[in-house]
Design a protein around this ligand. Structure first.
Ligand code: ADP
Ligand code: MG
Length: 322
């Protein structure tokens, strides 16, 4: 499409790297991956009204489109390097592109991530970002390594993004003067990919996944891939003060168990290494909370605050739910 738009994106996201021999501007990018490293590659698409609410600021959309992808690299323990951007817009919209590129660049720059190319077309608003990262051979964190006896941990706090979305859906907008509401919406719009945590977990975690569809659903993926079951204690779920304040206990627990869009890491480590791993992660800033254990069997069970097992039929976000 319009060359101007591509040029605008190129300028706003400029980031030079030695391993980018040729970036935006030719028929393909030419890259020089570091010798001896493996490439971790992921792609995610965002559709307005499905992956972010209509009315979301362009800069937030740009941030989030990259963040959800970097979160996938984080979950693999990979270090990010390059990204591709496929933009489908209903009309050429420089104002949108300005904002989008600004949010994208804010997240990309600290990681020296280079936007190396993409595609720009006209149609219903859809944004796809692909990312590429490096990881030492055989060291990527997989979903399949959880073992009976491992502890289950999660970074940061859970349920904030889903709570933020509910605030929006309930009121149409949030109260800008309420710091707790602002925090929850920020967690929805500006998720923090846990990249340094993911890299620190290499050779420590036995399995890892990022929580995009809700803890139950995503921990369920670890269980299936690893051939094990997990038991979670609801009382141990890390909740932010804001979530705790704004919603009642049951709602907060349900957001933490089933809400999507947290982009925290859920991972398993041998029980004997929990303290050491927690101390290392605390030094990195976001910390991690032990929430349960891996046991024999299949599925994820949740022990509620009162000690009873919870019914957990609705496991999380279903991509094809109405
Ligand atoms: P071609 O028709 O050869 O695919 P395009 O006109 O689609 O070329 O793209 C020209 C250059 O601009 C390419 O290097 C492409 O990777 C880059 N590009 C196009 N759209 C985007 C975008 N949304 N973000 C980043 N780079 C883009
Ligand atoms: Mg093209």
């Amino acid at each position: 499409m319009e060359f101007d738009l591509i040029e605008l994106i190129r300028r706003r996201t400029a980031q030079s790297r030695d391993d980018v021999r040729l970036g935006i501007g030719d028929d393909a990018a030419v890259l020089a991956p570091p010798p001896g490293q493996e490439l971790a590659v992921a792609i995610d698409t965002m559709v307005e009204g499905v992956h972010y609410p209509p009315g979301t600021a362009p800069a937030d959309i740009g941030w989030k489109a990259l963040a959800v992808n970097l979160s996938d690299l984080a979950a693999m323990g990979a270090s990010p390097a390059w990204a591709l951007l496929a933009l489908t817009l209903p009309r050429p919209d420089p104002e949108f592109i300005e904002g989008f590129a600004e949010g994208f660049a804010q997240l990309a720059q600290p990681y020296r991530l280079a936007l190396i190319g993409g595609d720009t077309t006209r149609g219903p608003m859809t944004i796809s970002v692909a990312v590429h990262g490096f990881v030492s051979p055989g060291k990527a964190l997989l979903r399949s390594g959880a073992r009976v006896g491992d502890a289950v941990l999660v970074t940061g706090t859970l349920g904030d993004a889903a709570a933020g979305l509910q605030l929006l859906q309930r009121g149409g907008r949030i109260d800008e003067n309420d710091a707790r509401q602002v925090f929850l919406l920020e967690r929805l719009n500006r998720p923090t990919p846990r990249l340094s945590t993911g890299m620190a977990l290499r050779e420590r975690a036995t399995s890892c996944i990022d929580v995009s569809d809700g803890l139950l659903a995503d921990l369920g993926h670890i269980c299936v891939a690893s051939g094990v079951a997990a038991e979670i204690d609801a009382v141990l779920l890390p909740l932010s003060p804001a979530l705790h304040d704004v919603f009642d206990d049951t709602a907060a627990r349900d957001f933490a168990l089933s809400g999507g869009d947290d982009y925290e890491l859920c991972f398993t480590v041998p029980a004997a290494r929990v303290a050491e791993v927690q101390a290392d992660l605390a030094r990195l800033g976001c910390g991690a909370t032990r929430i349960g254990r891996i046991v024999e069997g299949s599925g994820v069970r949740v022990r509620d605050v009162d000690g009873q097992w919870l019914e957990t039929a609705g496991q999380g976000w279903d991509h094809f739910a109405a």
